[in-house]
Design a protein around this ligand. Structure first.
Ligand code: ADP
Ligand code: MG
Length: 661
């Protein structure tokens, strides 16, 4: 069955549904209401003065309409409720006039003002509500109304529907769940509060079961894979560490030691290093690659952007200057000839460490003896990309690095398929980044400060707000900002822009000039959000900060404060948002992620295991922690059953594996 088969869904409604990203019956079924309104017609008393309520009333006078200005009109009439006549007002419903006939009983939804004896409605129900009614409210856009959507569901459920089920029978029985179709019907057309409760319990459990089953499945695939242990001498490692311009933090040493143990073990490593921005994950990965080199293996480090790959390459060259390890770079913008040379060397084992971008996973890239695969900013890559990379070695150890700070309890569940190390402390000597929320109207203060810092020979990042997928817009917003800044500074300050539309070569050039302190202000989109390290930058200005999640803002902010210089971050927005204050209060990514979770439910956890493709539709990681823990337990139990592969749900679930990142 398709959407257009639903009675009442014509081309116009179909288009509106598509606009909501509803393209199939399944999409429609899982387009859950985000809240419900409960209507119970009341007898109006003074107690309800000013409160939003519903009452039934009979129309006493024909409505009049006043057209106040374009797109703004007021409809007004008298109505009787409990023998009392009152004025009724509703705005922008001129079109209702013809339906409001004398003596008709209707339901008024809105607020009563006893002083003016006026009931101001936000809604009028022409079919009066006689008993308690629960009305689901959906996220909609201007092309479709909530009641149209509700009618579509009514029409849909009058058909015989088939739905995919993912909860194995034993758990359906164990928890005495309803039937899935029933749950879906109840979530969209509840008749009482219990309907919502039982239906959402089913749907949340199923969503979490599916998600956690995939993780359990991956873990099973990862566990007990044996490899040849890597052999190297700890003294050689320590010798290298002693050449570094700093001492490792305890957090770094702990993470490193676990990795070295993993490398020496006969079990394949599958480790995620989770550490806040600037916690120093890169050097940990370099030392791991050095260990791999000492034991005779090649390593590869894949980064999500060229800017980052090149940065890693430069620092690797720098760190390993006196050591006999050959380092190569492979990125998309290199010429074919340059690439061929690198590939040839790689095949001949004249390269020990390869650093690069997606270009590395191309088929023509062949290693000689690949023993360690590292993915930086791993959340930016898909499962498939990481799998291909791993397939280039026999059984290479795998190390993932991520700066997405998430609370420990969630990390251990969401990354249940990996061993997780946390780098919880940043290198000493770092100052907190002083963060301030500023209104647009106070932009002048910010610009004054920017100028001051530049006079002190420091540099400034500016992030343009538009996070639209539309790159055209992105481009515009950075260019508009550049103009603004140029006007403000009389064209006296070298400003450059960086965005996704630039050619790679241009991006690199822009970045190089910024690194060399030739450019003072870099205005960019979030395209290059991750990992960039320019120590001399001391101010980060983020426009329309309220559009971003806290974790993203925290990551952006982490581009400054990369040494002992005082650093600042300005969050510019229209109005001060309570949520953003968390960033003023704290520089601790893990704390911020806890807060984000508290304030927004899922928070930026959304982006963690999926690159924006799939999010939880009904489960809320904060409020549904209990269901999640139970589902985790159940999936782990289920996957350890001998015969789980014969289960009819198994293939179905595995087929969905690809959509999980
Ligand atoms: P991230 O964890 O965000 O990837 P990086 O690895 O880019 O962080 O490190 C941020 C900066 O901190 C780099 O300039 C790096 O040289 C520096 N750094 C790393 N470890 C230490 C340390 N133990 N002491 C001082 N500075 C360090
Ligand atoms: Mg990094």
């Amino acid at each position: 069955m398709e959407l257009s088969d639903i009675k009442g869904v014509g081309p116009k409604l179909l288009k509106s549904l598509n606009n909501l990203n509803i393209n199939t019956i399944d999409d429609l079924l899982s387009y859950y209401p985000y809240r419900y309104e409960i209507f119970e017609p009341l007898n109006l008393t003074d107690d309800y003065n000013g409160e939003r309520i519903a009452i039934n009333a009979t129309i006493e006078s024909l409505p009049t309409v006043a057209f106040i200005k374009k797109n703004f009109n007021r409809l007004q009439f008298r109505a009787i409720h409990n023998n009392k006549i009152m004025q009724v007002v509703i705005f922008n419903r001129a079109f209702m006039k013809q339906h409001l006939t004398i003596n008709k009983t209707i339901t008024l939804v809105g607020k009563y003002d006893s002083k003016k004896n006026t009931f101001t409605c936000d809604d009028i129900k022409l079919t009066p509500i006689t008993k308690k009614e629960i009305i689901p409210i959906y996220h909609i856009n201007k092309n479709i109304k909530n009641n149209e959507l509700r009618k579509i569901y009514e029409s849909l459920f009058s058909n015989k529907l088939e739905v995919s089920k993912y909860i194995p029978d034993e758990y359906l029985e164990k928890y005495k769940f309803l039937d899935k179709l029933e749950a879906l019907k109840k979530i969209h057309m509840p008749t009482n509060y219990n309907d919502i409760k039982s239906a959402s319990l089913y749907l949340k459990y199923e969503e979490l079961f599916l998600f956690l089953f995939k993780i359990a499945y991956m873990k099973k695939g990862n566990d007990n894979i044996y490899k040849t242990p890597k052999e190297f001498n700890d003294n050689d490692i320590n010798e290298f560490i002693s050449t570094l311009p700093f001492t490792l933090t305890d957090s770094q040493s702990d993470a490193l030691n676990l990795i070295l143990e993993d490398l020496k073990s006969n079990k394949k490593m599958n480790r995620l290093v989770l550490g806040d921005v600037g916690s120093g994950k890169t050097i940990v990965s370099f030392i791991s690659m050095y260990a791999s080199f000492l034991s005779g293996y090649q390593s590869v480090l894949m980064a999500p952007t060229e800017v980052l790959a090149r940065q890693h390459y430069e620092s690797a060259l720098n760190y390993f200057k006196g050591f006999k390890m050959n380092i190569g770079l492979l990125v998309g913008s290199m010429t074919k000839k340059e690439k061929d040379i690198v590939k040839e060397k790689l095949k001949n084992k004249e390269i020990d460490i390869l650093i690069g971008t997606h270009a590395i996973i191309e088929e023509s890239v062949v290693f000689n003896k690949l023993g360690l695969v590292i993915t930086d900013e791993q959340h930016r890559f898909g499962v498939k990309q990481r799998e291909i990379l791993k397939s280039k070695g026999e059984i290479p150890d795998a190390l993932y690095m991520s700066a997405t700070p998430i609370p420990r309890s969630y990390a251990l569940t969401l990354y249940g398929d990996l061993d997780v190390s946390f780098i919880t402390h940043k290198p000493g000597g770092r100052k907190e980044i002083a963060t301030k929320i500023k209104k647009y109207t106070a932009l002048k203060d910010v610009l004054t400060h920017v100028l001051e810092e530049i006079k002190n020979n420091h540099q400034v990042y500016v992030v343009a707000s538009l996070i639209d997928d539309n790159e055209e817009l992105d481009l515009k917003s950075v260019e508009t900002l550049k103009e603004k800044f140029n006007i403000a500074f009389n064209n006296k300050i070298p400003i450059e822009i960086l965005h996704g539309k630039l050619k790679q070569k241009e991006k690199d050039e822009v970045m190089t000039r910024f690194k060399n302190n030739e450019t003072k202000i870099l205005i960019s989109t979030t395209v290059i959000e991750v990992g960039v390290d320019v120590k001399n930058a001391t101010i980060m200005v983020i426009f329309d900060a309220d559009r971003f999640g806290l974790a993203t803002l925290h990551q952006l902010r982490g581009r400054v404060g990369r040494n002992s210089l005082e650093s600042y971050c300005y969050l510019i927005c229209d109005e001060e948002k309570e949520r953003l204050k968390v960033l003023e209060e704290s520089n601790d990514g893990f704390y911020i992620s806890e807060k984000d979770l508290e304030l927004r439910g899922e928070g930026d956890l959304f982006g963690i295991r999926q690159s924006g493709v799939k999010t939880f539709k009904i489960a809320n990681l904060k409020t549904d922690l209990k269901i999640m823990m139970q589902a985790k337990k159940d999936t782990e139990e289920y996957i350890n059953q001998e015969n789980y592969k014969n289960n009819k749900y198994y293939t179905k679930i595995i087929n969905e594996l690809d959509s999980l990142n």
